[in-house]
Ligand binder design. Structure first.
Ligand SMILES: [Fe+2]
Ligand SMILES: [Fe+2]
Length: 175
């Protein structure tokens, strides 16, 4: 979650908050927190040399991405049909599918394989691009915030579903 230090480093967030005087509704806060967490993990991956550590961290990245994309596809995106531009939502689903294919390819490889690190790096760039499109002015989150959907109540649904999915896909692993 945002700290006083972090907010000063995020100029656009600070400006937006000052202008509206509102903080993001719960659904957006939770999804943005997932984004920051996965970005942090991709950055951490770059620092690793040990292959078993790479495998372990990629496992965490894959789980986080699988859970997050399911949350958006099951809850956010369908609820926002009609509120958010269709093209934008359609592209988001297609980008999720692209990420899932890359994850499956990497999961079928070993860290010692040629191109393993390159594939993780490209997946990270792909995900960061998608995240930027969700969060940018006029993007999915911004359009959702202007819509009718109750994003506080949605946040509660996201929380509950995330717990279930972490258990289901993570095999009892605690995130
Ligand atoms: Fe997404
Ligand atoms: Fe997202």
């Amino acid at each position: 979650m945002a700290t006083p230090h972090a907010s000063s480093a995020k100029g656009s967030t600070t400006r937006r908050r000052r202008r509206t005087g509102l903080r993001d509704p719960l659904a957006v806060r939770l999804l943005k927190a997932d984004h920051r967490e996965v970005e942090r993990m991709f950055d951490e991956y770059e620092q690793l040399d040990d292959e078993s550590e790479k495998l372990g961290l990629f496992d965490d990245i894959a789980l986080a991405l699988k859970v997050h994309t399911r949350l958006e596809e099951e809850i956010l995106y369908p609820a926002e049909r009609g509120e958010v531009e269709d093209d934008m939502l359609d592209e988001a689903y297609v980008e999720h599918d692209g990420a899932k294919k890359m994850i499956a390819e990497i999961e079928a490889m070993a860290p010692s394989d040629e191109f393993y690190d390159a594939k993780v790096k490209v997946l990270g760039e792909y995900v960061k691009h998608h995240v930027k499109e969700e969060e940018q002015p006029g993007g999915i989150f911004a359009q959702a915030k202007k819509g009718e959907e109750d994003l506080e109540a949605m946040g509660q649904r996201l929380k509950a579903r995330k717990d279930e999915l972490m258990r289901e896909l993570g095999g009892g692993r605690v995130s």
